[in-house]
Ligand binder design. Sequence first.
Ligand SMILES: Cc1cc2nc3c(=O)[nH]c(=O)nc-3n(C[C@H](O)[C@H](O)[C@H](O)COP(=O)(O)OP(=O)(O)OC[C@H]3O[C@@H](n4cnc5c(N)ncnc54)[C@H](O)[C@@H]3O)c2cc1C
Length: 334
Amino acid sequence: MMCPTPSPLLQRLPPVRGRLSAGADLSKLTWFRVGGPAEVLFKPADKDDLAEFLRRKPADVPVTIMGVASNLLVRDGGIDGVTIKLGAGFAGITAAGTEVHCGAADLDMNVATAAQKAGIAGLEFLSGIPGTIGGALRMNAGAYGTETKDVLVWAEAIDPQGTLHRLTPDDLGYAYRHSNLPADWVFVGACLRGTPGEPEEIARRMAEIKQQRGETQPIHSRTGGSTFKNPAGRKAWQLIDGAGCRGLRRGGAMVSEQHCNFLINEGGASAADLEGLAETVRQTVLAKSGIDLEWEIKRIGRPDRVAIAGMSSKNGSNNAGTNGGNTDEGGTHD
Ligand SMILES: Cc1cc2nc3c(=O)[nH]c(=O)nc-3n(C[C@H](O)[C@H](O)[C@H](O)COP(=O)(O)OP(=O)(O)OC[C@H]3O[C@@H](n4cnc5c(N)ncnc54)[C@H](O)[C@@H]3O)c2cc1C
């Protein structure tokens, strides 16, 4: 019987109370259902565990932060270093007055629902965004004319030295789908503020959002949301449609017929198929309209399938559940 390949990186990391796994299959965690393995996936137990880990990990080890990966394209070669995914220790919603306190791992939908029940209006836009609060804070997620920055009182983030900071929207340099938080800082929680509202009226608006989303977006498909940002004064989908790219295919990837700024994994797509198709769209739009679309989806990881040091390379298939060659050493590393 073959022994699992030991992970040299795992041996270099400090002990944690959460979970460190080598070679975790990220395709199971991404909305697109594509992506290679994480060299090491870290699920911290709580803020103290995360802060201690960041403080003590070797400085040369890169970190990548992941929410529920509804805006991420993880490339087929996987992610070097440590990928951090926050779980239950970073969730918990309380609503009082017109404010909602929540953790970075809380789903936007759950925060919107808690606000609705407490009679706090103005957060219903979050109900249509399928990510976490951490992802919303990073991306300045928004819909229907409201962005995260508009309802944010403060956010808390931990820096690479393990220090907790409380930050205002001004500190975060927000712009359209952009914040200035350094890539290796981790949001851990936030306080959002709405206005007094009637729970029934808020629920009605959330139902409208749900219906509208279902009619206009492929919300039940393997997708990553809007592929490109809207250029100033224009809609990306109109430019893509005008360039004749609606329904375009590459491998198992397709430009959605329903909303052509969305890409879909029809089942067998690789991350390279999706990224290559989007680049074709970008070039076609540029040639047709002179407008160079900017990616909204974050692309991370290595494009190739070369083995990450110390891990078994393997079959090359990157669909959910087929990444059997990577060793999950599992267990708490302590
Ligand atoms: C069907 C569909 C519809 C969508 N509709 C919208 C929409 O209307 N409006 C909109 O704005 N977006 C939309 N999106 C995109 C996506 O849902 C948002 O960008 C969301 O905020 C991403 O959250 P996430 O938890 O999935 O983050 P991820 O996709 O996992 O990560 C996105 C970015 O945030 C960073 N990040 C995540 N968590 C943290 C953290 N705790 N600390 C620091 N950085 C972190 C990641 O490093 C990455 O850079 C849609 C996506 C889909 C699939």
